[in-house]
Ligand binder design. Structure first.
Ligand code: SAM
Ligand code: SF4
Length: 404
């Protein structure tokens, strides 16, 4: 069913949509707002929140784009117009969380997604299977919200680990409850874990996350390592004047414990929309502080689509990473494709548009129809996140509802 962006006709046509709409088409004739993707032409990546189903046009109608104009080659993989291939699928299992990190969500939490909109276990596994079997996905990371809050997590993991070919499976978690579940997660198929930890001081942990749970997180990390989930990667967001004096202390702790620390530049993805560039602790600042105590040399290992730039610390083997999404964007090598907990496909964390796979799943679409929609949506992936564009607009969904 053809759909168009709500307020501008097919704005994506100018950028090379496979189908474009005659200029004369009057928006007034669009009827029936729906959140549905069709042939990737949702317009959402171009900045539209909703799409409109065209039901009565009485106008020149749809035609193929002129020959040679940005036509997607026949390729089963998730290719885009800029030569990238997405092989790394991020799946958000829930938008709920048991922490309230200040840079992520407000103290009172958020309006959680209605449960009937959340994908069920079978729906998630089906989409992952389509990704793996038909689209070339070879790595799946489960995240949230807090993925350990998802009932049935271990069952989803076991089913995904039974897929052929088996993808690499990883999890990003805040570590609460990990201490008693690490073994079961490893058994269910998790290969690697990322745990978020912004401070080693209990008082600060409470300030940043608004919960007094530092001990649980540290115990969770140790349990993950003991369960063989190696390497345990640690994600740290630094906040100016709050924990930015712990750069060196956190690295010493992680090196001693055998964890791989990565600092992440704070991104404009908080629900409160309170991000300010000046307040962000930049990669340059982080590296300058580290160089005051360690010798850093670029890690010769291939970076590939890895978001973290890595350095060997004091000659190695210990390393430290910096994910400089804002000041040193790595969009040119991005290999991500994302599914939200309610079945919306996103080509980028910062995309302002989504493609509704849930409606296809629940409407009886075949695997190949879903795969085609997925391919077409990824084809339209934007070149970059555009944080530096004067017209940059933060996505409506916060990080916790997209899946970081
Ligand atoms: N709840 C899990 C956790 O915290 O690890 C998984 C979801 S969380 C959204 C994933 C990662 O995103 C975490 O490492 C978190 O620190 C990071 N994150 C959240 N908000 C962020 C922001 N505004 N900028 C940069 N990173 C952020
Ligand atoms: Fe929860 Fe993770 Fe967001 Fe913190 S960063 S509030 S742990 S989703």
């Amino acid at each position: 069913m053809p759909v168009l962006p709500r307020d501008r006709g097919c704005g994506t046509a100018a950028a090379g949509c496979r189908l474009w709409i005659g200029q004369q088409m009057r928006i007034a004739t669009f009827l029936q707002v729906r959140r549905v993707g069709w042939d990737g032409c949702t317009g959402r990546d171009a900045g539209y929140a909703d799409v409109v189903t065209v039901t009565e046009l009485g106008l020149p109608g749809l035609r193929l784009a002129p020959p040679g104009e940005d036509v997607r080659p026949d390729d089963a993989r998730l290719i885009d117009r800029f030569g990238r291939v997405a092989t790394d699928l991020r799946v958000s299992l829930t938008d709920h969380c048991n922490l309230r990190c200040t840079y992520c969500m407000p103290a009172e939490g958020l309006d959680w997604l209605p449960s009937e909109q959340l994908l069920g276990d079978e729906e998630i596994v089906r989409l992952v299977r389509i990704g793996v079997a038909r689209l070339g996905v070879d790595e799946v990371r489960f995240t949230g919200g807090e993925p350990l809050l998802r009932k049935g997590l271990e069952s989803i993991l076991s089913q995904v680990s039974a897929l052929v070919p088996r993808p690499e499976i990883s999890l990003t978690t805040n570590g609460i409850g990990l201490a008693r579940r690490a073994g079961a997660l490893a058994e269910a198929g998790v290969d690697r874990l990322n745990v978020s930890l912004d401070t080693l001081r209990p008082d600060r942990f409470k300030t940043i996350t608004r919960r007094d749970r530092l001990t649980d997180v540290l115990a969770g990390m140790a349990a993950a390592r003991a369960a063989g989930l190696d390497p345990v990667k640690v994600n740290t967001v630094l906040l100016r004047g709050v924990n930015d004096d712990e750069v060196v202390g956190l690295l010493r702790h992680c090196l001693a414990a055998g964890y791989q620390l990565r600092f992440i530049e704070q991104m404009p993805l908080d629900a409160q929309h309170s991000w300010q560039r000046e307040a962000m602790v930049t990669a340059e600042e982080i590296l300058a502080r580290l160089r005051g105590s360690f010798t850093l040399t670029p890690d010769p290992a291939e970076r590939g689509g890895e978001p973290a730039e890595r350095w060997l610390v004091d000659g190695g083997p210990g390393t430290v990473g910096v994910i400089a999404s804002v000041t040193r964007p790595f969009c040119g090598a991005c290999d991500r494709t994302r599914l939200t907990g309610d079945g919306q496909l996103r080509s980028c964390l910062f995309a302002r548009g989504e493609t509704d796979l849930r409606i296809l799943l629940r409407g009886g679409a075949s695997d190949e129809m879903i795969a085609d929609t997925w391919r077409a949506a990824m084809w339209r992936k934007a070149a970059g996140h555009g944080i530096d564009d004067p017209e940059f607009l933060q996505p409506d969904r916060p990080m916790s509802a997209i899946g970081g």
